[in-house]
Design a protein around this ligand. Structure first.
Ligand SMILES: [Zn+2]
Length: 100
């Protein structure tokens, strides 16, 4: 597990070398930062710890809301909704930020 500071907000971002090469992480920290994600952002699933989901890595969706515990609820393009919890080991990448 590698820890890196988000260049946008300074929050700690965790990633594993399973998902990313160490030298990529500087670039990816901002996309992986769970604090910088906001409703309307488009996200891509990196890894999900939910054993019951049919979602595959690289699934795309739109963030609908984020609860007070930091769970990021996503409306996936295949039609279902699933919340991602960074603290549980779920990982996603922001692929496009909502203009604001
Ligand atoms: Zn951040």
């Amino acid at each position: 597990m590698i820890e890196i500071a988000c260049p946008r907000c300074g929050a700690r971002v965790y990633a594993t070398t399973e998902d990313y090469k160490e030298e990529q992480l500087e670039v990816y920290a901002e996309k992986l930062c769970p604090r910088c994600v906001q409703p309307g952002d488009r996200v891509c699933l990196v890894r999900c710890t939910d054993a019951y989901t049919k979602l595959e890595p690289n699934a795309l969706g739109t963030v609908s809301f984020i609860d007070s515990l930091g769970t990021v609820f996503v409306s996936w393009d295949d039609g279902h909704t699933l919340g991602l919890m960074e603290r549980a080991g779920d990982r996603f990448e922001v692929v496009r930020r909502e203009e604001r």
